[in-house]
Design a protein around this ligand. Structure first.
Ligand code: PAF
Length: 277
């Protein structure tokens, strides 16, 4: 496995590759990332994972500085998983000058995560477009744990006519239901044992929807109250259309229940898709 830090070296390494898959990451890899690698592997002759903690997608009070940087351990895991190239540029390589040209994902960037993290999806879309231009993959894999991010990037590729197939990957969970996330490492033991409650609330909402409950606002309020009683600070719990994360009417069938909530200093997000019949 080659570990490459510059775009020039990357271009030279990939020059003769015809079917490249990219798994973009910010490092501190867990089994969820390795699952993305496994999904990519049979689809590509050359598998590239990028590792870059992207300042542009963090708000001024967010965890950019303390985000775990674990390049050596990440490379070990990627080599074991069969990755061919790790692209780990530094900030100067990705942003050699102030980034004045950006990608604005329009409506979807103002709801849910976007409402609580202004500018976040502009930062994500901009860096992913740059990574796409640097790596020039035919395929890119994104986890549905970051559901809104996946939709933003899927639509960016479609609307900007990028010749890249975006493949979504299901969320990988711990045995107790907690969605795997690099930020789970921030949780202390007590918080870690409480953390699956977020998934449990989403699961309860999905069951209620399947049983025919259609008062979305009531379901959202009940789940939010249940978490707040346990000491969580809820940013949002929302039932939305899978298509575009807009509010569903009572006839909508393909739904997703999304949540973001804080446990101590850690902000967790999760979601569950549900198809109603
Ligand atoms: O999901 C992530 O890890 C990041 O948002 C991404 C897609 C690598 C862009 O920095």
């Amino acid at each position: 496995m080659d570990v490459i830090h510059s775009v020039a070296e990357l271009r030279a390494r990939l020059y003769n590759e015809r079917q490249v898959a990219l798994v973009p990451t910010m490092g501190n890899l867990h089994d969820g990332h390795i699952e993305l690698i496994q999904i990519a592997k049979p689809r590509a002759a050359c598998l590239v994972a990028s590792i870059f903690v992207n300042r542009l997608q963090f708000g001024p009070t967010e965890d950019f500085d303390r985000y775990p940087r674990t390049l050596a351990a990440d490379c070990e895991r990627l080599a074991q998983a069969g990755c061919n190239v790790v692209f780990a540029p530094d900030e100067q390589e990705v942003y050699p000058e102030p980034q004045e040209y950006t990608v604005d994902p329009c409506l979807i960037q103002d709801v849910l995560e976007g409402a609580f993290r202004p500018g976040h999806f502009r930062g994500v879309a901009t860096v992913v477009l740059k990574l796409f231009n640097m790596v020039q993959p035919q395929i890119a894999i994104f986890g549905k744990k970051d559901y809104q991010q996946y939709l933003v990037l899927r639509d960016m590729v479609k609307q900007l006519a990028l010749p890249i197939e975006i493949i979504p990957a299901d969320t990988v969970r711990a045995a107790d239901g907690l969605a795997l996330s690099s930020r789970n490492t921030y949780l202390n033991d007590l918080e870690r044992s409480e953390a699956p409650a977020l998934y449990q609330q989403l699961h309860t909402m999905v069951q209620a929807l399947r049983k025919g409950h259609r008062n979305f606002a009531d379901l959202e309020k009940a789940a939010s109250a249940a978490l707040e009683t346990r000491g969580w600070k809820v940013d949002y719990i929302a039932i939305r259309r899978q298509l575009d994360l807009m509010e569903p009417d009572s006839h909508a069938r393909a739904l997703v229940v999304l949540a973001a909530a804080r446990l101590g200093r850690t902000r967790l997000i999760d979601n569950l898709e549900v198809e109603l019949i």
